[in-house]
Design a binder for this molecule. Sequence first.
Ligand code: FES
Ligand SMILES: [Fe+2]
Length: 435
Amino acid sequence: MAPGAAGQDHAGRSMEPSSGTSGWAGHPMPPKPAQQLPREAYVSPEWFERERRLLFGRAWVCAGAARELEAAGNFTTVLAGDHPLMVVRGEDGVLRAFHNLCRHRGTELLEGSGRVERSRIVCPYHRWTYDLDGTLRAVPLRAQCFADLDTGNHPLLPAAVAELGGLVFVHPDPGADFAGWRDSVEGVVWPHRFDRMSAGPEVTYEIRCNWKVFIENAIDGYHLAYLHRRTLGGPRADRNVWDVHGRHLVWYSTETGRKTCLPEAIARSAAGSSARPIEGAESGEYGGVFFLFPSTVVTTSPGELSVSRLQGTAADTCRLSVRVWQRKRAGWERWLGEQDSEEDIKDMPGYDAASGVFRLAHLPGHPLETGDFHWEDVWVCEKLQRSLRSPNHRVGRLAAGPGAEAPLEVFQRNVLDFLTPDQSQMPAAADARPP
Ligand code: FES
Ligand SMILES: [Fe+2]
């Protein structure tokens, strides 16, 4: 049975709600979900330090779309825990990842993203110079200062790089197992092709909450009908589902009895618009939200695909970078309206010109008045983070159901799996169902 087939989940099980605790007999979610993480996991700098080292330092982190790195010399940089990494396209067309550390005294080599000049990576400190394949090519005053230096022994330190659905993922360990991370979700990823889409600017939000508060909100299907009643308007918890794929989670609306990527209310208003869908993505019978553990969220629809990358910046803050891809328009269509540009985003509510990022505190009015469900989410995440400071904060019961709060337990168990100091490799995905 193909993914998204009517009335069945990805494993061909019936999706019809049954009576009982979860209402979804056979779904691999804990039937009585419970909070797994203590309060300190959301507020403690020590806990966050462990996550940087043991989780993000051993995880696949998204570096953006391969389409953004097509030409030789295209590069981007990304932080995986405490590891600054770079991805760069070689002159031979091969995409490689390296630790973004000079082999002289370790200075960070590249910043942000772009294209390196003359196919050379040049350290700004003393101009040690590397080829795009990481080979150390030149050292200033080599004969005088480094008479016996073997440049062949000083290549950039390799990291791992791989692709899933047109997105590039990197890992600090060059021997990291990508297949084990990818295989569980590869069969259901979005059909969108990046060469049929064009990218809007990357928009960055600084959010005053622990990164897990943001993720847990993103995978909580219980709030959709309530917090977002004036924007998304649902679906209700018994009319959406998160499927478990290894450590990843994939969301569908089930309001119509079929698994589709969009809430019904949004699909109805999209159907009334004249916008043409992205070629290949018209059916809508694929996941609407893909949470790729631990920090990537891909949101899809026939009209667009957005890539959200989350980075914890402290125990109580995180940074979200979002890039939206839309159907590539023909030249004659452009006058109808382009995608947002770098300039346009500066006029959007919440933009802080001083730092170039969006913040809740910079909204001109109340977040619930924006009509934007994303701001509703940020608002509630920041509220929850403030409550978490209270020693009296307790998590009560979690709502049962794969379209309610059961995904939170699955996510928290995955986080806990990584925080075992004596494991050097990424732990294997555990069955989400408790013993
Ligand atoms: S640290 Fe890079 S050249 Fe000295
Ligand atoms: Fe939400």
